[in-house]
Design a protein around this ligand. Structure first.
Ligand SMILES: Nc1ncnc2c1ncn2[C@@H]1O[C@H](COP(=O)(O)OP(=O)(O)O)[C@@H](O)[C@H]1O
Ligand SMILES: O=C(O)C1=C[C@@H](OP(=O)(O)O)[C@@H](O)[C@H](O)C1
Ligand SMILES: [Mg+2]
Length: 172
């Protein structure tokens, strides 16, 4: 069974989807974004939350994650996907990149209302992140902050890390 070349986790708007897309392009390999897989099959995330509720979304998300984690691809998860304990266990066997972003830098990134859990803005984001950060940190092999600097630079660091055979963070 194949496993991903890298899986991106982290808070909403930390850059997982965008950076993963860029890394996949640099490596010329497939890229899978679990939110995109859910949207393609079931429609917009906001509509799923509003019409069916978060628990139903988490079920769709889990199926998308399970499938994506069996592909030799660059994979970006939704920020809450790591709450699933089966997903946590599967992530322990694959190279996981945690992207972080400061509260100051994220504020303008979450002005767009496409994320139903962030309708209350930055206070909701802070709450989610404080609950999830221990899980993110426990799973991460490599952690990069996206608050400053551009997306291409972050992507390039991840590409280098993959090409170098996933060196331990302490040796970078
Ligand atoms: N250094 C950076 N790395 C990643 N994204 C950045 C960076 N600087 C600004 N951004 C912006 O932040 C947003 C991140 O969105 P996205 O990739 O969808 O995040 P996520 O998938 O983690 O929710 C994009 O609009 C992107 O252009
Ligand atoms: O943090 C979360 O629970 C969510 C994050 C979103 O993905 P991004 O982290 O890619 O924004 C998306 O899966 C959904 O809105 C729920
Ligand atoms: Mg995303």
């Amino acid at each position: 069974m194949a496993i991903p070349l890298a899986v991106f986790i982290g808070p909403p708007a930390s850059g997982k989807s965008k950076v993963a897309k860029r890394v996949a392009a640099e490596l010329n390999v497939p890229r899978l974004d679990t939110d995109k897989l859910v949207v393609a099959q079931y429609g917009s995330i906001s509509d799923i939350f509003d019409q069916q509720g978060e628990a139903v979304f988490r079920g769709y998300e889990r199926d998308a994650v399970k499938n994506a984690l069996q592909e030799e691809a660059i994979v970006s998860l939704g920020g809450g996907a790591v709450l699933n304990t089966d997903t946590q266990n599967e992530l322990r066997r694959v190279p996981v990149v945690l992207l972080t972003v400061s509260e100051e830098a994220v504020a303008e990134r979450i002005a767009d209302p496409k994320r139903p859990l962030l309708r209350d803005g930055i206070s909701a984001w802070k709450q989610l992140v404080s609950e999830r950060m221990p899980i993110y940190q426990e799973l991460a092999w490599l952690t990069l902050d996206t608050s400053t600097g551009d997306l291409e630079a972050v992507a390039h660091r991840v590409t280098d890390w993959i090409r170098s055979g996933y060196p331990r963070e302490s040796s970078l």
